[in-house]
Design a protein around this ligand. Structure first.
Ligand code: BF8
Length: 658
């Protein structure tokens, strides 16, 4: 028996509305408490983050330790092997980058494997839906497309992109997309990725005990590995998904928990790989299964997405989306979810327990990711509907015997999403002058001050969605066009900022542009792997001209204000290495005032890259991003060009000639 005096009482629960700005989540959090069900919000309150780990001042890469340094006096001692605070922090950072890169590249490689199997005829349930995109990517990679069979072009593209993962020397294929001056910086620094597997392997090696013991040298391999994700694994995942399943284009989509229907069989797909979801779309359209649902007393089958899987699907199929990372437990509290289907990444283990409380089926599908207490129905790409049809049958079974009170928050937000980097081509110029020129023109003339990528997770250490929403509002108010991916995109969708009408919240210049073309001031580009679309957009802006010669010259900035995943650290590092000032919120695993901190937050910029920033307050973050954008505008000599003049053809000719 524990000594009762030593039992630490749990803290008084914090009011739901102090933990989230999402009304539906707050409502369900209150219900969960009434039902006696514990959620991540509560666990975060009851478990203080380890202060030594939070500062990254602990080394556990060998068994002479773990060694603990003092963040308040970081150079007072070293680890048993002599590792300094800079070595320890950079090693820990490296391990996070390696894990994040592994997640995205494993996802991308799975997509490429699927592509090959489709081409070889071993998998028949998928096909190339977007031949135009196949041609486009193949041509960029220098593959001959004229008078050739689609299958032959596709097989050549497969072989070319396979190098992204397996190549041991040389430069990875999508290095061809990088602006010349940015690539020059990478070459000078020795950080052009070879192949993702090699980079991850070398980073894990170098961050082991007794290998690389210089923080700046470890950072180089961090950059190389992170770039293998952004311009490699993630980019392949995006491009192959577009080729196989179609490139998203803007579509009005419903978001929030109100998309669940009490009188239908609700199936949520939550995870990251689009192939499972694609097959779910096919299964819920199966007439026999629809009839089975009706026979069970339901009005139909209601397929809904969450997190990144949902983001990939809603702009390809118009599938509604129920919420982001911090809503995956609370959505189960509705009692309306008949099956939650998961694959890989960002799936809280506690979902199994919450699902059990509400008699929901939590179904794992991927051999790489099982959860104790979850039901496993394995997904095989060569017979995908065996799995997804069975999931529908299981969900119908649960609908028949729900046996729990159902309470669905009556909140639905409709917004426009699905702005691929290709769509930006003609978004501002129409088909008449489809290019990035109108975007660049509007930045040069100052209607658009700059572009900000606001991306990433929720974290229960922050009030859910609060920083995302307030940061984005502040940015657009200051004429900064915002592009989004991941859970951040859902935060803004729920806040109603992904509608063209949200233009009234923008500054006068951005508002004018949005109203002219009918676009929202906040453009959703998709899942976290689709951050690669932002890289490509940056590349196109440089190549179009007028905004400098490298990505580092652009008036752009990035932010993941509520991140929680190692994947976010990798994404941050590839944006920094690509030339983008990138601000993170919540916490940053580093001790201020150390050499490693100075390296990430100042010196990388001096080497021609971007740099890191950190702040937790949305208005402070916005100030930092806008100051950076203005600094870049000044360096480009366009800081005075903010008068509202329309560019005429003569101006354009001058700019093209420059
Ligand atoms: O990859 S934004 S919580 S769901 S890690 Fe995860 Fe973060 Fe959401 Fe998608 Ni991205």
């Amino acid at each position: 028996m524990p000594d009762e005096k030593k039992v630490i009482p749990k803290k008084k629960p914090v009011e739901p509305r102090e933990l989230t700005t999402c009304e539906a989540t707050a409502q369900m959090l209150a219900k969960a408490r009434k039902d006696g069900v514990e959620l991540a919000f509560d666990r975060a309150q009851n478990m203080k983050a380890c202060p030594i780990g939070a500062d990254s001042a602990c080394c556990k890469h060998c068994f002479m330790g773990p060694c603990r340094l003092n963040a308040k006096d970081p150079y007072a001692k070293v680890g048993v092997c002599g590792a300094t605070i800079d070595t320890i922090m950079s090693r820990n950072f490296a391990r996070a980058v390696a894990a994040g890169c592994a997640a995205h590249t494993d996802h991308g490689m799975a997509m490429l494997d699927l592509f090959r199997e489709v081409l070889e005829g071993h998998i028949k349930d998928y096909e190339i839906k977007n031949v135009q995109k196949l041609y486009y990517v193949a041509q960029e990679m220098g593959i001959e497309t004229e008078d050739r069979e689609v299958k032959d072009i596709a097989m050549d593209l497969y072989k070319e992109l396979e190098r992204t993962y397996t190549q041991v020397d040389g430069e990875l294929p999508f290095a061809k997309r990088v602006p010349e001056k940015t690539l020059e910086t990478w070459r000078k620094e020795g950080i052009v990725p070879r192949g993702a597997m090699r980079e991850i392997m070398e980073l894990l090696h170098r961050s082991a005990i007794g290998v690389d013991q210089h923080y700046a040298n470890i950072t180089k391999q961090c950059s190389r590995t992170a770039l293998a994700d952004g311009w490699g694994g993630s980019m392949v995942a995006t491009e192959i998904a577009d080729i196989l399943f179609g490139t998203p284009s803007p579509i009005a989509i419903e978001t929030n928990m109100g998309v669940l229907k009490e009188d239908q069989v609700n199936i949520i797909v939550h995870g990251h790989e689009p192939n499972l979801f694609e097959s779910m779309v096919a299964s819920v359209a199966e007439p026999t299964l629809i009839q089975a649902a009706k026979d069970a007393g339901a009005k139909g089958l209601n397929l809904v997405g969450m997190c990144c899987s949902g983001l990939e699907m809603f702009s390809r199929h118009g599938t509604p989306h129920a919420g982001n990372f911090m809503s995956t437990e609370t959505v189960l509290v509705t009692g309306a979810v008949d099956a939650m289907v998961v694959d890989v990444q960002c799936i809280k283990q506690a979902l199994a327990q919450v699902a059990e409380c509400y008699k929901t089926q939590l179904i794992t599908t991927n051999p790489r990711a099982r959860i104790e207490g979850g039901k496993h129905i394995e997904f095989h790409e060569d017979k995908p509907k065996e799995c997804t049809d069975e999931i529908v049958i299981q969900a119908i079974g649960r609908f028949k015997n729900r046996g729990v009170e159902v309470e669905i928050p009556n909140i639905v937000n409709t917004g426009v999403h699905g702005f691929s980097h290709e769509y930006i081509n003609y978004m501002l110029g129409g088909t008449f002058r489809a290019s990035y020129t109108p975007l660049n023109d509007n930045i040069i003339n100052g209607r658009i001050r700059g572009v900000a990528g606001v991306v990433g997770c929720n974290n229960p250490r922050m009030k859910q969605d609060y920083v995302h929403v307030n940061l984005v509002k502040e940015l657009i108010k200051n004429d900064v066009l915002v592009v989004q991916t991941g859970c951040s995109q859902i935060a803004l969708a729920k806040a109603g900022l992904t509608t063209p009408e949200a233009a009234h919240l923008a500054g006068p210049g951005l508002k004018e542009v949005c109203e002219t073309v009918g676009m929202p001031p906040v453009l959703g580009l998709g899942a976290c792997v689709d951050n690669s679309r932002i890289l490509i957009a940056c590349s196109e802006m440089v190549k179009t001209g007028g905004l400098g010669e490298s990505i580092a010259d652009l008036p752009v900035a990035g932010c993941a204000p509520e991140y929680m995943s190692e994947k976010a650290i990798t994404i941050g590092q590839y944006f920094v290495a690509s030339g983008v000032f990138t601000v993170f919120g919540v916490t940053f695993p580093i001790v201020e005032g150390t050499k490693f901190h100075k390296h990430l937050f100042e010196e990388l910029e001096e080497l021609g890259m971007g740099k890191w920033g950190f702040a937790t307050d949305p208005f402070e973050i916005a100030k930092m991003m806008i100051a950076h954008i203005d600094k870049k505008r000044k360096a480009l000599g366009i800081d005075k060009a903010r008068e509202r003049v329309l560019m005429d053809m003569a101006d354009r000719r001058d700019m093209d000639a420059a």
